[in-house]
Design a protein around this ligand. Structure first.
Ligand code: GTP
Ligand code: MG
Length: 243
């Protein structure tokens, strides 16, 4: 058993309170920037999605395929978040879309101020689609509102069915889950129904699309979901409601 003096315990309590206060201040500051982003996006009819997942679930692959399918008809741009490298932004530019890479260094998530600056640099056209790929991490990005319309969580079938139960905040914060790499199901013991049941146990209103970014299965449903969101964002623009 471990005994601590009353003084040592009081000191720990004070440090814990200080950390909690710092976290609250950080999140409050972020929420201010997120609200500014949201106002800007809504005033310009821009539909913004924040793609969140663990590393390697297929976010960039999915974005490349999404760009290939929509680029001709839908103005769009991408903000890429990674701790290091320009790799993902280079993949997006090669697919034909403008992209800004944010390197967060030791940071494990994008924040709303970084995204606001990147939005200004991109000069997003009215009525466009903004796709934000967050840093691969199932924990920190859940707490940071970027001003997006929806968080989209990508869970790939190689990760295990229990991830929604282990990382509930992310699945609670998301409105849509893309169950990716479904082409691999025949080779795995992954139970897709069980994974979806776990995710809905955490978040009963979570929409789910089974998808394979590489084979293209499920892509039409995902693209329809995006197009619906873009139409709604344009229709909800303040000037649209006046006219
Ligand atoms: N079989 C299969 N492989 C996929 C699928 N989607 C992505 N991959 C592969 O998964 C690996 C990681 O894909 P990325 O798109 O780089 O994943 P990411 O989520 O962007 O990774 P980070 O940005 O590092 O977090 C690559 O080897 C992809 O080819 C899929 O639907 N099926
Ligand atoms: Mg990526």
């Amino acid at each position: 058993m471990h005994f601590r003096s009353r003084e040592a315990k009081a000191e720990t309590d004070v440090s814990t309170l200080r950390i909690v206060k710092l976290e609250q201040d950080l999140l409050a500051k972020n929420n201010g920037y997120a609200e500014a982003n949201r106002r800007y996006l809504s005033a310009h009819g821009i539909f913004a999605l924040n793609l969140v997942s663990s590393p390697g679930s297929g976010k960039t692959t999915l974005l490349v395929k999404t760009i290939a399918a929509l680029n001709e008809t839908q103005p769009l741009a991408v903000i890429e978040g990674d701790q290091q490298t320009e790799n993902d932004a280079a993949r997006i530019r090669a697919a034909g879309a403008p992209a800004i890479q944010i390197n967060t260094g030791k940071g494990c998530h994008l924040d709303a101020q970084m995204v606001g600056q990147a939005m200004q640099q991109l000069g997003l056209p009215n009525d466009s689609l903004l796709l934000i790929e967050n840093v691969g991490n199932l924990v920190c990005p859940a707490s940071f509102d970027l001003g997006e319309a929806h968080k989209v969580v990508i869970l790939s079938v190689t990760e295990g069915e229990d991830k929604p139960l282990k990382y509930p905040d992310m699945f609670r914060a998301a409105d849509l889950m893309l169950l990716n790499k479904c082409d691999l199901l025949p080779h795995l013991e992954f139970d897709a129904d069980l994974a979806i049941e776990y995710a809905r146990r955490i978040n009963p209103r979570l929409q789910v699309i089974r998808i394979s970014a590489t084979s293209g299965a499920g892509m039409p449903e995902w693209l329809e979901w995006i197009k619906d969101g873009c139409r709604n964002a344009v229709a909800a623009k303040p000037e649209a409601s006046l006219g």
